[in-house]
Ligand binder design. Sequence first.
Ligand code: KE4
Length: 442
Amino acid sequence: MSPRPAAATTTELSGLRSRRLFAEARRWIPGGVNSPVRAWGRLGGEPPLIERGEGPCLIDEDGRHYIDYVLSWGPLLHGHAHPKVLAAVSEAAQRGLSFGAPTRHETALAKVLTEALPGCEQVRMVNSGTEATMSALRLARAATGRDLIIKCEGCYHGHADHLLVAAGSGAATFGHPDSAGVPAAFAEKTLVVPYNNTAAMEAVLKAHRHQVAAIIIEPVAGNMGFVQPVDGYLRALRRLATSHGALLIFDEVMTGFRTAWGGYQARCRVRPDLTCLGKVIGGGMPAAAYGGKRAIMRLLAPEGPCYQAGTLSGNPVAVAAGLATLRLAAAKDFYQKQELRLSRLVQGLEARARQHGVPFQAGVCGTMWGFFFAPRTVTNFAEAAAAHLERWTAFIRVMYARGIYLAPSPFEAAFWSSVHRSSHVKATLAAADEAFAAAAAV
Ligand code: KE4
């Protein structure tokens, strides 16, 4: 399905039917969306309402086609409505949607995850990344008997109260990195340091000796834009956490099975004490997990005193979607092949930015990528926030007008799927030519 032909840059980003439907949505749903990042306020427009997805493409209610690099914010490693994922979901649904009782299929998924992730001997399924990080931090506090946690500015770990402190993603997009409604007493237990700054992490640990339960980090940050760890940073965090008796938690909700089979920890060879997973392991259905060594996981109820629960956790239909997705990703050299194909897109974007004289930085890790309108590689949130927002806005608006669907926020990553083809890369680069010209004119 090819994207719609080039359209003139329109002031309206969405069509008449979408606008009408969005107006109705706003009457019944706050902001018209069930998650703030889906609103396009930062872009100065209204989002198209999506009618269906097909492979690497979205089709909106006005029949407009887009090549999709958001892919539901990461879960769709094999694009929309992949026949093998749909078949697995349909087959599972025929047996019933939920039992609230153990099934062998959850064990099958747990075995795939623990065999793939070097840091995990056991996993507990939950329904969202927020639940995974919230539960992992409660478990870290139970395991250490300590209260404080450390996170990095611009990292986003879901919307649990104590994590909405200097948060990235939608919280940064709409200027609420410290959300209203979070009691100071909760936020005070969360210490914040800049990403990629080992000295700052060491100083905070020293200033709060024997009080820090865990460091939680996105091993590749995807919620302040796409920001990779500088050489040695994650290894330094491993050393510091160990020396200070704190647990190291890798929030791999986004990077897990996006950057490598077994997550970024398999790629960087740094072993966290706990890992959080989501997105890809549900293949588009609500499924997430957290896991670690048995010595820590055995503290969880019903075996131990740390409580965590969920009506639909390990839901058989979501588990079926996750297993089918991971089976496809387990193919030999899957991530190397996809990273090579994605690199051709990113190198093409960098070449066109240079042709238009626009400072542009882009990066790739597995099937995850991102870019900044900045002169140098971005290493933390302050640098991400200082990138050229007007150029980003001009670029993104033209890309949408030309049928290329990218995150409507500069504080997000982009994604690739195994069903994107060279024809989609060609169409994306043709649109980028026009989009960089618009950015250069700012
Ligand atoms: P969920 O609760 O949205 O399933 O996961 C929270 C979460 C945790 N950790 C990381 C690293 C994440 O990226 C996320 C969620 N990511 C955002 C997009 N950057 C989800 C999109 C949204 O908020 O609607």
